[in-house]
Write a protein that binds this ligand. Structure first.
Ligand SMILES: Nc1ncnc2c1ncn2[C@@H]1O[C@H](COP(=O)(O)OP(=O)(O)OP(=O)(O)O)[C@@H](O)[C@H]1O
Ligand SMILES: [Mg+2]
Length: 236
């Protein structure tokens, strides 16, 4: 399976009637098993790009090729849970075929066991984000799209979930697109990093990480971080 993104432009019209260019030409592709990471300043157009890629926004110029039968898992920037359904019901609703064992495993990994019967209004933002992650994984997606999924979690939990995310992504041939502001998350989870310009977003650096995710050591992370710092200096 392969995701091909070829956006040539995207504009929004403001309430005052002015046209704002949000995306410049952006072109990249992802294959099964690959994790692409989008990194860019706030407001540059990342969430807009994800909505286009998911087929939720058709008002753009260009072309998106998604495998038509691909199952999609999505974690939006806001958790978007149904307030009148429990945590477990929110997950089962999008993944009616999920087994009890799989659901229990997901809740264990995401440290949600104690919250299965809670309603979204009873959750902190961090808990709600974890439910959104459980929901995205429960569908066993072929395309997984994550918009800052680890934001608003404390460092220790974000670190644990990042490791779990890496395990979940490695356990299936899934194409993953992750938006993050964390360079650490990017180099631990990503296979290719796309650095975006301020709005209108275009890719200013496309950085592949050659070492397979599972084989990267702490020393590798340090070296990759230094290489990225040098690259970003050059691009300025
Ligand atoms: N529905 C809309 N109508 C008009 N303008 C919009 C709309 N949605 C987003 N924008 C504008 O498009 C630009 C990009 O927004 P977007 O949410 O894609 O940014 P982002 O890169 O995801 O930012 P962040 O890192 O803060 O989440 C912003 O200037 C925003 O104000
Ligand atoms: Mg966003």
């Amino acid at each position: 399976m392969r995701l091909e993104v070829e956006i040539t432009g995207k504009t929004f019209r403001s309430a005052a009637g002015e046209t704002h260019e949000v995306l410049a030409p952006v072109k990249f592709a992802l294959s099964s098993g690959e994790v692409g990471v989008l990194i860019g300043p706030s407001g540059c157009g990342k969430s807009t790009m994800l909505r286009i890629i998911l087929g939720l926004d058709h008002e753009f110029q260009g072309r998106i090729a998604r495998p038509p039968q691909a199952r999609i898992g999505m974690v939006f920037q806001e958790p978007r849970l149904l307030p009148w359904r429990s945590v477990e019901q929110n997950v089962r609703l999008v993944a009616p075929d999920v087994t009890d064992a799989k659901l229990s495993e997901l809740f264990r990994i995401l440290e949600l066991q104690a919250h299965r019967d809670h309603f979204p209004g009873e959750l902190s933002l961090g808990l709600a984000r974890r439910v959104a992650l459980a929901r995205a994984f429960a569908v066993e997606p072929d395309l997984l799209v994550l918009d800052e999924p680890l934001a608003s979690l404390d460092d220790a939990l974000a670190g644990r979930l990042r490791d779990e995310l890496a395990t979940l992504v490695a356990s299936r041939p899934v194409m993953t697109l992750l938006v993050t502001h964390s360079l650490d998350d990017a180099i631990r989870l990503g296979d290719r990093l796309f650095f975006l310009s301020p709005r209108p977003a275009r890719i200013v650096q496309d950085v592949p990480i050659a070492i397979p995710r599972a084989m990267r050591s702490e020393a590798d992370f340090g070296r990759i971080r230094a290489e990225l710092a040098a690259l970003q200096l050059e691009s300025k």
